[in-house]
Design a binder for this molecule. Structure first.
Ligand SMILES: Cc1cc2nc3c(=O)[nH]c(=O)nc-3n(C[C@H](O)[C@H](O)[C@H](O)COP(=O)(O)OP(=O)(O)OC[C@H]3O[C@@H](n4cnc5c(N)ncnc54)[C@H](O)[C@@H]3O)c2cc1C
Length: 446
C-alpha cells in the first residue's frame, strides 16, 4: 500500500510529538511514525529520576494546558519547577497523556528505508507499506548512536550490554556487574542496580567522579534570577556565575550557538556539560559500591560463562571478572549509523564528524530533510541533547515548514493525505480536543 502526505515526522518522543502539535496548528498535513515515548518506556530503567528539572522536561504544544505542571495538577501530584526529580515512569505517563490528548494519529511503525525520487521522499515502513512525502523530520533520539570502548566492541551480548539495552533491572539481582562510564547514566544505573541487589563495580575514566554541586539558594541575585530560568544549568556546576550565564544563553537561545564558528562550537560541545553525576545521587553510591577511577579497559574475553577484562589504571594493570559488563559510555551522533538511510541521501548529507550540518531552520543539506533532538547538537548546541531544546527547535522548524508548505501549495503533484478524524482516532484514540484541532488542520489544508 502506498499513501502520501506533506510531512512525515519519524520518532514519537518529546521532539516528534511536540512537532506534530505545531504542524497541526499550522495546518500542515502530516503523519508521525513510531511508538510513543518508546525509548523512555522500554530502554530507561524504572526508578530512574530525570536529571532535567521538571520545568525543563515539558513537551511543547501551541495550546496551553499540556505541561508537566498541568499533568501533575490533573493527577493531584506534587509539582515544583525545580527540585522535584521526576521519576521516569511519571514522565512516560505524562508523554503518553500528551500524545493521547493531542497526537492521536501516531502510526506505531518503524521507518525501514528512506530514499528520494523525483523530488519526493519514499519511506519504507515496517508494516510493509510505503509513504511518499514532500518533507521528512527525523526526531530519533539516541537509539543508533551508542558508543563502546574498542576492547569491548566485539564481545557479544549478554556479556556486554549497553545501558540503553534494557528497562527493568530485576534481572541483575545477585549478579556481578561492572559498569563502565562516569556520567549520570552510569552512576544512576550503578545506584539502581546495587539497590536491587546486584554487586556493582563502577569503572570511571577520569581522575574522580565529577559530582555536580548542590545549588546554594543564598548566592547572588543574578545567579538566582538566571537559575530560575536556565534549562540546562541547574544540576550542573551552576554556582559559578559565568557558567550559569553561558548555560542561560545556550539553553534559551540555541540560535546563538548556530552563529559561532565550527571551532567554537566543537570546543563548547567537548568541554562543557561533560560526564558528571547529579549531586542527589552521591549518597546512593559512595560507600555502597566500589568505584575505580583513572581506568581504561584494555582487553576482554569470555571465559567459563563470565566476562574477564583487563583494566589499565594509573599505575597498574589488573583483571576483573563479572557476569556482565554494562557500557554507559555515552553516545556519538553518526548519521551513517541509521540503518534506513539510502546511500544516495547519505552521500548528499553535509556532515561534521558524523553530525548533520543544519541550516538555521534545522534543514540538512538535503532539501526538505530536517533533524531535531540530540543529532542537531553540533548545529544548535547542548540544549538539543535535552528535552528542553524542543522549546526553541519545535516552533522554529514548524513555522519554517508551514511557510514552505504554503509557498508550494498547488505545486505538489501527489495530493497530500490530510489528517482525517479517522487518523486522529487511530490506535491511540485522540481526545475531543485533538479531533477538533485536526479537523481544523484538514480544513486549512484544503
Ligand atoms: C539514560 C538517559 C537518561 C536521560 N535523561 C534525560 C533527562 O533527564 N532530561 C533530558 O532532557 N534528557 C535526558 N536524556 C537525553 C534524551 O535522550 C533526550 O532529551 C531525548 O532524546 C529527547 O527526545 P527525542 O524526541 O529526541 O528522543 P526520544 O525520546 O529517544 O524519541 C525518539 C523516538 O524515535 C524512535 N525511533 C528511532 N528510530 C526509529 C525508526 N527508524 N522508526 C520509527 N521510530 C524510531 C525511538 O524509538 C524513540 O521512541 C537522557 C538520555 C538517556 C540515554
Amino acid at each position: 500500500m502506498i499513501s502520501s502526505t506533506d510531512t512525515v515526522i519519524v520518532g514519537a518522543g518529546p521532539y516528534g510529538l511536540s512537532t506534530s502539535t505545531y504542524l497541526t496548528e499550522a495546518g500542515v498535513p502530516h503523519q508521525i511514525l513510531g511508538h510513543p515515548m518508546h525509548a523512555w518506556k522500554y530502554f530507561t530503567p524504572p526508578g530512574m529520576l530525570l536529571r532535567s528539572e521538571a520545568f525543563a522536561s515539558n513537551l511543547y504544544a501551541p495550546w496551553a494546558g499540556y505541561t508537566v505542571e498541568d499533568f501533575c495538577r490533573h493527577n493531584r501530584m506534587e509539582y515544583k519547577p525545580v527540585g522535584l526529580h521526576l521519576p521516569v515512569e511519571t514522565f512516560v505517563d505524562y508523554g503518553q497523556w500528551f500524545q493521547s490528548e493531542l497526537v492521536g494519529h501516531v502510526r506505531p511503525v518503524e521507518l525501514s528505508s528512506l530514499c528520494r525520487k523525483d523530488g519526493y521522499f519514499r519511506l519504507g515502513l515496517s508494516d510493509g507499506s510505503t509513504l511518499v512525502a514532500r518533507r521528512v523530520v527525523l526526531s530519533l533520539g539516541l537509539k543508533s548512536f551508542g558508543q563502546a570502548p574498542s576492547a569491548l566492541r566485539t564481545v557479544p551480548k549478554p556479556y556486554v550490554l549497553h545501558s540503553g539495552d534494557f528497562g527493568d533491572l530485576m534481572w541483575s539481582k545477585g549478579k556481578e556487574i561492572i559498569i563502565v562510564g562516569g556520567g549520570q547514566s552510569a552512576i544512576g544505573l550503578a545506584a539502581l542496580m546495587s539497590e536491587v541487589g546486584a554487586r556493582v563495580r563502577l569503572l570511571v575514566r577520569g581522575d574522580a567522579v565529577n559530582w555536580s554541586r548542590e545549588p546554594r539558594t543564598s548566592s547572588g541575585l543574578v545567579s538566582r534570577l538566571l537559575r530560575a530560568r536556565v534549562g540546562l544549568g541547574r544540576g550542573w556546576d551552576s554556582n559559578r556565575p559565568w557558567l550559569l550565564a553561558m548555560s542561560y544563553l545556550l539553553s534559551e537561545y540555541p540560535a546563538t550557538f548556530h552563529k559561532l564558528s565550527l571551532a567554537q562550537r566543537q570546543r563548547i560541545l567537548e568541554t562543557s556539560w561533560g560526564p558528571s553525576g547529579a549531586w542527589w545521587l552521591r549518597n546512593r553510591v559512595e560507600g555502597k559500591l566500589e568505584i575505580s577511577t583513572q581506568t581504561e579497559v584494555r582487553s576482554a574475553e569470555v571465559r567459563n560463562g563470565r566476562i574477564v577484562i583487563e583494566v589499565d589504571s594509573a599505575n597498574r594493570t589488573f583483571a576483573l571478572s563479572a557476569d556482565h559488563v554494562v557500557l554507559a559510555t555515552g553516545f556519538k551522533v553518526d548519521m551513517a549509523r541509521h540503518p534506513f538511510m539510502s546511500s544516495e541521501i547519505l552521500s548528499s548529507l553535509s556532515l561534521i564528524d558524523g553530525s548533520p550540518s543544519l541550516t538555521s531552520n534545522f534543514e540538512t543539506s538535503v532539501r526538505d530533510l530536517y533533524v531535531l533532538g540530540p543529532a542537531a547538537a553540533m548545529s544548535f548546541g547542548p540544549a538539543l541533547r535535552f528535552i528542553y531544546g524542543a522549546r526553541y527547535a519545535v516552533p522554529h522548524v514548524s513555522r519554517h515548514i508551514a511557510a514552505r508548505f504554503k509557498q508550494e501549495a498547488g505545486r505538489f503533484e501527489t495530493p497530500p493525505q490530510a489528517i482525517t478524524p479517522e487518523l486522529a482516532n487511530g490506535r491511540a484514540g485522540g481526545s475531543l480536543h485533538a479531533r477538533s484541532v485536526l479537523q481544523a488542520a484538514e480544513h486549512n489544508a484544503e
